[in-house]
Design a protein around this ligand. Structure first.
Ligand SMILES: [Fe+2]
Ligand SMILES: [Fe+2]
Length: 265
């Protein structure tokens, strides 16, 4: 089984309505205008889509942050690039990042909900997460940890009810490698150094990972690729940002072992 994992393309743009200057979007727009648009090259996402269509993996995974400020126009631009992959027969899953769930404005919430439904090839809705699917020879658990946060922080939260549901789903006998797809890394070395970007409430999920009830966590959020895996490749893979570093991760599963190769675009 082959999985291709990419993350954090961070498409962006200007303020799409005047209210953007009165909520957190102005931070995202400012960031995009003066920083992100020079750092993130969306042509790498186009290349990523082309590569995935050529290789035809059993599963493609995007772990969030399609946008910079979660505005409808930003989603539209990135969805257009992803469209050939979404419309292909290759199973694709996407979980939203903190930048996709940036603010509570109803039209921004509607846009992320539409993106979740469409990019996931209409398999499930935003409100149905956490959910479980059998896809491409894997058991895939989809979890959303992204919620609008305060002006200065990009915190993620694992809600107790979501953690409980994942634990229930993990009680079933494993018939295929069990992969949890979420935006924030569950395990980070320098959590307190990255406090403004931290995840909270993941304790029970880390226990499931350590007990091998979950084999692999695929995540993004940290824009540099890193692995935290054991000798069988079980653990956590953060793919890094596809548009910033121009890489994805190709994951092969064979005989109980995962192996990882970075793909430079
Ligand atoms: Fe990101
Ligand atoms: Fe993020």
């Amino acid at each position: 089984m082959k999985i291709i994992h990419f993350s954090d393309p961070h498409g962006g743009g200007g303020a799409e309505d005047w209210m953007a200057y009165f909520d957190k979007r102005w931070v995202g727009v400012f960031n995009y205008r003066f920083r992100r648009r020079f750092q993130h090259d969306l042509s790498k996402l186009e290349k990523a889509v082309g590569y995935i269509l050529d290789v035809k993996p059993d599963l493609a995974v995007c772990t969030g942050d399609l946008t910079s400020s979660g505005q409808p126009g930003e989603f539209e631009r990135v969805k257009k690039i992803l469209a050939p992959l979404v419309e292909s027969k290759i199973p694709l899953v996407y979980t939203p990042g903190n930048h996709d769930c940036y603010v509570k404005r109803p039209w921004c919430v509607k846009a992320v909900k539409e993106a979740v439904y469409e990019v996931n090839q209409k398999r499930f809705t935003f409100d149905e997460m956490p959910c479980r699917m059998e896809l491409g020879g894997a058991e895939v658990l989809m979890l959303n940890t992204s919620r609008p946060s305060n002006l200065l922080c990009s915190w993620g939260f694992v809600y107790k009810k979501d953690s409980r549901k994942i634990a229930e789903l993990c009680e079933a006998e494993k018939k295929a490698p069990r992969i949890l797809v979420t935006h924030y890394p569950l395990i980070e070395d320098n959590k307190w150094l990255r406090f403004r970007h931290a995840l909270f409430g993941q304790g029970e999920l880390v226990k499931l990972l350590k007990a091998q009830k979950i084999d692999l966590v695929l995540c993004g959020h940290v824009h540099k690729h890193f692995l935290k895996v054991d000798e069988n490749g079980c653990g956590q893979c953060c793919s890094g940002s596809v548009t910033r570093n121009g890489n994805m991760v190709e994951i092969d599963y064979d005989n109980g072992t995962f192996s990882f190769n970075t793909v430079d675009l």
